[in-house]
Design a protein around this ligand. Sequence first.
Ligand code: URA
Length: 236
Amino acid sequence: MRLDAYLSRAGLASRREARDSIRAGRVRVDGVVCREPATRIEGQTVTLEDARVERPGETRDWLVHKPVGLACSRDAREAPLVYDLLEPALRNRPVQIAGRLDRATSGLLVLTTDGDFVHRLTHPSRKLPKRYRVGYRGELPADAVARCAEGILLEGEDRPTRPAELSLDGPGQATLVLREGRTHQVRRMFRALGAFVETLHRDRIGDLELPPDLGPGALRPLAPEERALLLSESSL
Ligand code: URA
């Protein structure tokens, strides 16, 4: 395993933070400073700022049906939190959310102790598609589908959104597939098109759909084949 992946799988850092620590000379491999994130680790002793980094153990991943009302945050002032859905013993472990949802958004969410998995699901270069079911108020313009496909310049930003697929499903109902994750992106794209999002639900990430038997507020371990669907290249 690469050194940066080793650190992030041990739950210590995101892949980027791990790389920064390595380049800054804070990481040693068998006692020697190693500044190369791609170094292969196969049994050597790794230390970060002189503390031994345990070999990444069993990672744990969960599939969550996030209900409306919970915040994707660690900040107790924002309670109730998505982390409250985990059993109490796990709440203080380094569990991360791979691709957050707004408090008012429901749907498919992945939690994991594997920082490298988060990196692979959220890195912009991967362009992993995420599908949103949207209930909106107002009229979308006749060229809404084309504008989403071309990219929309959102307020306060200097580059347009990546091409996104909008389909109109019926009065006030639409589906939007995004290949990036800017803050409140669906809501802001609809505002830019002159409509207002009233309900927002994510039901698919990559090739993985929210299982119909997982109700709002429920979670369960992610099965290995579901992990594989999230990492599959077929939908990219
Ligand atoms: N876009 C939004 O506006 N909110 C979400 O939660 C996800 C995507």
